[in-house]
Design a binder for this molecule. Structure first.
Ligand SMILES: [Zn+2]
Ligand SMILES: [Zn+2]
Length: 473
């Protein structure tokens, strides 16, 4: 199965699906509301509930996790399992019935390892868990499958063609992991033999099934190799129990790998394993913001700019002072050349952004000037704040234009001296025009003789005096 990605963000894995649109979406486009975590999120286009794809597209590929499977089998549960098999080999009587009981427990334990890994549980099942509950029949089902495979192999050998026998034996070996996974998933003997259902496991994984098979084959072979190595150093009495333990350990590794494969390919296998730890929920306000921004982006990419605007406008009604939403709304209105609405929104947006983010305020004002050449904010403080930000960014003429005749436009404004001192600096230092700077400083002296800023006025006058001397030289 190929990994699917968000319809609107080609590098983000798909985690949700809208069956009616149909679209696959990533977490990028589907923010989750912490206050309504039990409700399925809705499609940004058709508002139908979305289907969760599980970790099918976000899971790490199993071949990148090989060391983890070996570590997994070193937990208390698997080690106790290996110890049990070793002790049984050393001390258990040769009674068939006792051995059948033991093998039932062992098979049940290994299948519980597959299930635990399919659910992405980090902790391996305890050995005790293999002695209780149901699933003791798995051994007989598995045994019957092995016997049937053996019969098929025997019959093909009976036909006399060696090539045919090799082909049958290879096919059986190839199908075995898929059949084991099927049995783990459905617990039905017939499912594990059903070519359609076994084939579906292989189809879900595609050619990656071969990677799994190769890894399992290598591990299976290495059991023989490890036992062969041990055979040189151990007496026969010790070798058999140790060999059992080695077999148990590697079996757990293989089952952990097969289980994880179910987790990784859950979507294609038709299972969704709820792994809530992967989901990220946002508190109400943050959720509202993210949802509006994501919906707007989706609408825009669908070529529906009006709906994009409405997605944000609707949320702005509830959170009128949200800076991010206002910023996006402004950008959208400007990009869509929605002149009147953009200018109207600026009356609200500019005071907000002038306080919070001067750099954005500069952009907003320059945008406004493109829509209306003589645009002026309707508030004296905003004029002053944005002018300061413009001057700091060397947009001197635009900055000065906001301060022109400020005392006439806003006679009641308490900070005219401060604003004009700023303007004087702009003229003198930004434009090198000393005369208008002098006039502004003179205006402050004559109109506001008690201003606390007269000290700064005097020092700027001194600087202007020096600049004038330098210019005349
Ligand atoms: Zn997306
Ligand atoms: Zn939809």
């Amino acid at each position: 199965m190929e990994r699917n990605h968000c319809h609107y963000h080609p590098v983000q894995p798909a985690t949700w699906c809208c069956p009616s649109c149909p679209r696959q979406l990533g977490d990028c486009c589907v923010p989750l509301n912490a206050d309504a975590s039990e409700q399925a999120p809705r499609c940004p286009l058709c508002q139908n509930p979305l289907t969760y794809l599980g970790a099918a597209n976000t899971a790490q590929p199993f071949w990148e996790r090989i060391p983890k499977f070996f570590l997994y089998a070193l937990q208390t549960g698997p080690l106790a399992f290996a110890a049990l098999l070793a002790l049984a080999t050393a001390f258990m009587p040769g009674s068939l019935l006792v051995w059948i009981v033991l093998l039932s427990v062992a098979t049940k334990y290994l299948y519980s390892v597959i299930t635990a890994n399919a659910e992405m549980l980090d902790r391996a099942p305890s050995l005790q868990s293999a002695f209780v509950g149901d699933g003791f029949d798995l051994f007989f089902k598995q045994l019957a499958i092995f016997i049937l495979a053996g019969v098929a192999l025997g019959m093909s050998a009976g036909l006399g063609s060696e090539a045919f026998t090799v082909a049958v034996s290879l096919t059986l070996m190839l199908l075995m992991p898929a059949s084991i996974i099927r049995l783990a998933l459905d617990r039905e003997f017939t499912s594990a033999l059903n070519p359609m259902l076994v084939g579906r496991v292989i189809k879900a994984m595609g050619w990656r099934y071969l990677i799994l098979w190769v890894f399992l084959f290598i591990i299976w072979q290495s059991i023989d190799y490890v036992i062969y190595m041990l055979a040189h150093g151990l007496s026969l009495g010790l070798l058999m129990p140790v060999a059992s333990a080695v077999l148990a350990y590697f079996s757990v590794v293989m089952c952990a790998m097969m289980g994880y494969v179910v987790f990784q390919y859950q979507g294609a296998l038709g299972y969704v394993i709820a792994d809530d730890s992967q989901l990220k929920f946002y508190p109400e306000q943050e959720y509202g913001r993210r949802k509006a921004l994501a919906d707007a982006e989706v609408r825009l990419k669908e070529g529906q700019p009006e709906q994009a605007l409405e997605a944000i406008a609707a949320t702005l009604e509830r959170a009128p002072n949200d800076l991010k939403l206002n910023e996006r709304f402004h950008q959208l209105l400007f990009a869509l050349n929605n002149r009147d609405r953009c200018l109207r929104h600026l009356a609200h947006y500019l005071p907000l952004v002038a306080l919070a983010n001067p750099a954005l305020a500069v952009n907003a004002l320059l945008n406004a000037r493109q829509l209306q050449g003589d645009y002026l904010p309707g508030d004296a403080l905003v004029c002053e704040q944005v002018a300061e930000a413009l001057l700091a960014r060397h947009k001197v003429r635009e900055g000065l234009s906001l301060l022109r005749n400020l005392h006439q436009r806003f006679p009641a404004y308490a900070h005219i001296p401060r604003a004009y001192l700023l303007a004087a600096r702009g003229f003198a230092e930004g434009l090198g025009q000393l005369e208008p700077a002098r006039q502004l400083l003179g205006f402050i002296r004559s109109r506001y003789p008690d201003s606390a800023l007269l000290g700064e006025v005097a020092s700027l006058e001194a600087v202007i005096g020096q600049l004038a001397t330098a210019q005349s030289v």
